[in-house]
Design a protein around this ligand. Structure first.
Ligand code: DP6
Length: 419
């Protein structure tokens, strides 16, 4: 190791993933091993992502982390497990130009600085910990020259947050529960990349929630302890659904995809109700969205939109193609209009081009908005309007990437402190 006070760092970007067959329940709380397989879709990092910069320097005197600009503690068991696992696999790093050489044995003496930033509000209740731990593990693996493939890295990210293992890949991803006690076979694998089914459009309705939600960690612990439906689901229902969902994704069979995704979301929330005391993640607005989608799908004779809800009231809606997504957005804006002082550009975010296609980018105001006939005929122009904070338009996206452009780094290359 050279004596000078260099800072060596890398920056990576990772997206959250949304489950279409849900993980709910652990058989091992420490290693984070699930009671069933799960399947998810990774979202497009252009609209939702976590960026993490990890740095090492002989000048650092302790491990430190900043999340969204605020310093947080790294002493939690989940961070410690991820750091230990990555450190145990660290390789040699050489940067001839800068005269940096880190040998394997040096890593245990060196300290890390980590800065992570979500481009979506953590408070929105979107799975920020999944993207966060995936990005942490991916960037550390690059920094430390860890020679492991994405599946092996997913088993490390899993120990930060179960669903994080699925964010090590883009597109459609399965988390195999595995059967080994040490968890080494509880890994994520990619079923299909993000280009495989690129007709799909995802609209997330970020729904306001008045009550403080139960975290997924404590919620699923209670469900494992008290819900007999959870045991039945894990043993009898999910294994069949996993096989069917894999087929549906492979064949781009939207009807089966929708049936499975909606049924699994509803059963997962039924497990929450079957928990003692019961857990309520969805609220009236979530229920209104389900009813809108169900009625529309029924009236069309073939599914147009799939839904899934995670540990909160937000709806994740997957439209079969862009045309359907435009109609869906028009319908959603009619039943969930923005408040009079809310600008459309802050009410519909992400892929804004869809707003234009819906005729809502210019002078057209929401007051004049009518639901598209396809939706109006099946649902009616009901008077009761719901409340949504905002919508995010996105699509299936790629897995983790390095951001080589130094200007995107979150830490100062001289000091290793947040910029
Ligand atoms: C409902 O991965 O957040 O989103 O492993 O305790 O960190 P921990 O839980 P977490 O649970 C996610 C639950 C879910 C379903 C899913 O993503 O599969």
């Amino acid at each position: 190791m050279a004596a000078e006070k260099w800072v060596y760092m890398v920056t990576a970007q990772t997206s959250p993933n949304i489950a279409v067959i849900n993980y709910w329940g652990k058989r091992d709380e420490v290693r984070i091993l699930p009671v069933n397989d799960s399947i998810s879709v990774t979202l497009d990092p252009d609209h939702l992502c976590t960026v993490t910069t990890v740095a090492v320097s002989p000048a650092f005197d302790s491990d430190r982390m900043w999340l969204n600009g605020k310093e947080i503690s790294l002493s939690g068991i989940r961070y410690q497990n991820c750091l230990r696992e990555i450190q145990g696999r660290a390789g040699e790093v050489k940067d001839k130009e800068r005269g940096i050489k880190i040998e394997k044995k040096d890593w245990e003496k060196l300290h890390l600085h980590i800065a992570s930033y979500n481009n979506f509000p953590t408070a929105a209740g979107l799975a920020s910990s999944a993207a966060g731990f995936a990005c942490l593990v991916f960037s550390l693996a690059k920094l430390m020259n860890v020679d492991e493939d994405a599946s092996h890295l997913s088993a490390i990210a899993r120990q930060g947050s179960g669903s994080a293992c699925r964010s090590l890949f883009g597109g459609f991803v399965k988390w195999r529960m595995g059967s080994k006690e040490d968890g080494s076979d509880s890994v994520a694998v990619q079923l299909a990349d993000e280009k495989h089914w690129n007709d799909l459009v995802i609209i997330i309705a970020v729904v306001s929630s008045r009550q403080k939600e139960t975290s997924s960690t404590s919620g699923m612990r209670k469900s494992v302890e008290t819900s007999s439906l959870l045991q039945h689901r894990a043993k009898e229902v999910v294994p069949k659904r996993i096989l069917q969902m894999e087929e549906a994704i492979k064949n781009r069979d939207f009807a089966s995809f929708t049936q499975l995704s909606c049924a699994d979301s509803n059963q997962y929330h039924a497990v929450c109700l079957d928990t003692s005391p019961p857990i309520f993640y969805m609220n009236d607005n979530s229920h209104m969205i389900i009813s809108l989608v169900e009625k529309w799908n029924l009236s069309e004779g073939a599914p147009q939109v799939a839904y899934t809800f995670d540990a909160g009231p937000n709806a994740v809606l997957i439209a079969r193609n862009r045309k359907v997504a435009v109609q869906l957005l028009q319908g959603l804006l009619y039943y969930f209009p923005p408040k009079s002082d809310t600008d459309m550009k802050s009410y519909v975010v992400g892929d804004m081009s869809i707003l234009k296609e819906a005729g809502l980018d210019g002078e057209n105001s929401v007051e004049n908005l009518q639901p598209p006939p396809e939706i109006k005929d099946s649902i009616g122009s009901q008077d009761q309007k719901g409340e949504v904070n905002y919508f995010i338009c996105t699509k299936p996206g790629r897995g983790p990437v390095l951001l080589p452009d130094q200007t995107q780094a979150l830490l100062d290359p001289e000091t290793g402190l947040p910029k």
